[in-house]
Design a protein around this ligand. Structure first.
Ligand code: 2AM
Length: 198
């Protein structure tokens, strides 16, 4: 199963990201834009995972979430990796709350490293991916729009982490929440790590 750990975004923020995508897409550039229901903030990409590892994975995520107090971040501004002039991944950035996100991602990484999941070789940079460039076609118009299009600040309350399964298909990926892990010790999470009995 192809898995990743992420934060969901409220519908209002996803709508605002969808509007941004419509504006950027008017460039006609060859970009695979993220569907409105799919916007999220990735904390850790796991890749292919044996289903037998799910219970321990759920326990680890539940523990990390329980040890982390809820916090807020703001999404603001647009940018691209590796740079706005040579965009490959187009994103909306994080302004306030960046440290909290980095810390949470670091705890997830450390807990999963104990279970044998490899660490990232790149440092964590909080971002909300809105599109992935497929070819250079229309790139100039896109670069122009990227530098002139703002994404006004939006606040997001982080109250739970979500373990998602990603199924890749012709129409794009379909993400399904396998487990939800409330922050701040509000319980053992739902889904994979339902409270144990006995
Ligand atoms: P992103 O964080 O830049 O959006 C599901 O595929 C999520 O995991 C995506 O949001 C994606 O990038 C993130 N991700 C991180 N590393 C990945 C990789 N090597 N392959 C696919 N997705 C990856």
């Amino acid at each position: 199963m192809r898995l990743f750990v992420a934060l969901e975004l409220p519908a209002g923020v996803r709508r605002a990201l969808g509007e941004l995508v419509r504006r950027l897409a008017s460039s006609g550039a060859d970009v695979k834009w993220v569907e409105e229901e799919n916007f999220h903030l990735t904390l850790k990409f796991l890749g292919e995972v044996e289903p037998a590892r799910l219970p321990r994975l759920g326990e680890a995520l539940s523990r990390v979430a329980g040890e982390t107090a809820p916090f807020r971040f703001t999404a603001a501004g647009t940018g691209a990796f590796p740079s706005v002039r040579r965009p490959r991944v187009i994103w909306v950035g994080v302004d306030r709350g960046r440290d909290g996100l980095r810390e949470l991602a670091g705890r997830v990484e450390a807990a999963l490293a104990e279970l044998g999941f490899p660490r990232e070789d790149r440092p964590f940079t909080a971002h909300l991916t809105v599109g992935r460039v497929r070819s250079p076609r229309g790139g100039e118009a896109l670069v122009g729009l990227l530098s002139s299009t703002a994404f006004p600040e939006r606040e997001v309350a982080v109250e739970e982490m979500v373990l998602f399964q990603s199924v890749l298909g012709r129409g794009g990926p379909v993400y399904t929440a396998l487990g939800r892990y409330p922050l701040g010790g509000a319980g053992g999470g739902t889904g994979l790590s339902a409270p144990r009995t006995g």
